[in-house]
Design a protein around this ligand. Structure first.
Ligand code: GTP
Ligand code: SF4
Ligand code: MG
Length: 406
């Protein structure tokens, strides 16, 4: 359960005023005392993340946050951290002390800036209110969940509501990398580069994810290095798709016959998690780039960098070679993307395998609101190798994909 990567987990965040009972509920839901509970307002200062198994749904990550009504300078910094972490959340539990409800004003906190995803109103401390008042509030908020620290049934009810809500947002086939592209019974060949960047003794997450996705959808899957790809294609018949690491596109493109669709892991991820049109359209910005333009290379996690690093070395070199211009590349790794990216002429995202769909969508939205054209590693590498149409043909059902129609 702990081994499920966070990028594949649904995230549930608890939001509310200080002392509304967020940490208490976080502990009750996770079944351990991970967060400090106290009557002192402002106890939780930094987000606390805990992986848990929410049955019968599966692995999720729960996030406890700092109270949203702290107006001190320190409080503002804490709220910023809450806003940063909320980007990952698929569901927000909006907590309010049931004893503080004043007409329809649930808790006097404006959440618009904090979280815009799927919300569940949760009223806490129901043991401290008289039954008539509780009845009235339940009538006023029929969709809310009412909990109390001494009532395990109320926590179970909240878990059931969460499972139900997760199922509603979980359209599993839409989340599949492969099932809309290759029919059941079809065949995928994966061409994997085992270079100095490959971790010793194992495959990387997108490769493992694709193998599992093929197995889940009854698709046969064969894994090979690029050095054995030609032989593999000679013995495996009726291949529906070859998926390669983007950095070996130029080699693989020459090996895979024109009638077999080709794409990369990061293009599959862009199609599954991102706004695919936005990421493809970002390529159009390359022709507008001028000498010394600032370009943001955005990596979602802080993986180890090597001399062959795709984002820091290969893409900058290929882009400058292609355009014949020099650019100012700015590299950013980690979760908390710059809030003011409008100084950049273009952004290039990594494959984003370690972040979930909600967070990638939030990043893309932020860039689009700032009018920053954005693409990702796989798409730009396909373009710079002159094979973008080939590598995106599978997503339109034809290999004569017309990008001008986007
Ligand atoms: N009676 C009662 N007290 C509760 C309940 N839930 C929380 N409390 C109490 O409310 C106080 C605040 O609880 P916390 O869980 O620390 O609240 P919080 O929202 O995490 O607060 P901050 O971290 O300061 O933002 C503590 O004294 C808890 O014991 C409940 O269901 N019933
Ligand atoms: S930097 Fe991006 S592509 Fe690389 S491992 Fe992290 S999330 Fe995945
Ligand atoms: Mg707390």
């Amino acid at each position: 359960m702990e081994s499920t990567p966070r990028g594949l987990r649904r995230h549930i965040a608890l939001f509310g005023k200080t002392n509304s009972g967020k940490s208490m509920l976080f502990n009750l839901l996770t079944g351990c005392d991970n967060a400090i509970v106290s009557e002192k307002a402002g106890t939780t200062t930094d987000p606390v993340l805990k992986n848990m198994e929410l049955l019968p749904f599966g692995p999720v990550t729960l996030i406890d946050t700092a109270g949203l009504d702290d107006t001190t300078e320190l409080g503002k910094k804490r709220i910023k951290k809450t806003r940063d972490v909320s980007r990952r959340a698929d569901i927000g539990l909006m907590l309010a002390d049931v004893n503080e409800i004043n007409n329809a004003n649930i808790n006097g906190v404006d959440y618009k800036d904090i979280f815009s995803g799927k919300k569940i109103d949760v009223f806490t401390k129901c043991d401290l209110i008289n039954s008539q008042d509780l009845k009235n509030i339940k009538e006023q908020f029929p969709n809310a969940v009412f909990v109390s620290q001494d009532d395990p049934q109320s926590i179970e009810l909240l878990k059931n509501t969460l499972v139900q809500t997760l199922k509603e947002i979980e359209v599993s086939d839409e989340d599949s990398l492969i099932c809309s592209l290759v029919p059941r019974g079809g065949t995928v060949v994966m061409a994997v580069s085992i270079d100095s960047e490959a971790p010793k003794g194992r495959l990387i997450l997108p490769q493992v994810q694709l193998i599992r996705d093929c197995l889940d959808h009854g698709v046969k899957v064969c894994v090979t290095r690029e050095t054995e790809l030609k032989e593999t294609l000679a013995v495996v018949s009726a291949v529906d798709l070859v998926v390669a690491d983007s950095q070996i596109f130029n080699i693989v493109n020459n090996i895979v016959p024109a009638n077999i669709p080709l794409t990369s892991f990061s293009i599959l991820l862009a199609h599954q998690k991102g706004n695919f049109k936005q990421l493809l359209k970002g390529i159009d910005q390359i022709k507008n780039l001028k000498n010394n333009d600032p370009i943001l290379i955005l990596e979602a996690c802080t993986h180890n960098h090597t001399h062959e690093d795709i984002g820091r070395v290969k893409i900058p070199a290929l882009l400058e070679k292609y355009t014949g211009k020099k650019f100012n590349f700015h590299f950013f790794s980690g979760y908390n993307i710059n809030e003011n990216p409008n100084e950049y002429s273009m952004a290039i995202l990594c494959g984003s395998c370690m972040i979930n769909k909600a967070e990638l969508q939030t990043r893309l939205k932020l860039l689009s609101e700032n009018n920053i054209p954005v693409t990702n590693y796989g798409i730009i590498l396909a373009f710079l190798n002159g094979i973008l149409e080939r590598c995106t043909g599978i997503f339109t059902g034809a290999n004569n994909f017309d990008r001008t129609a986007l």
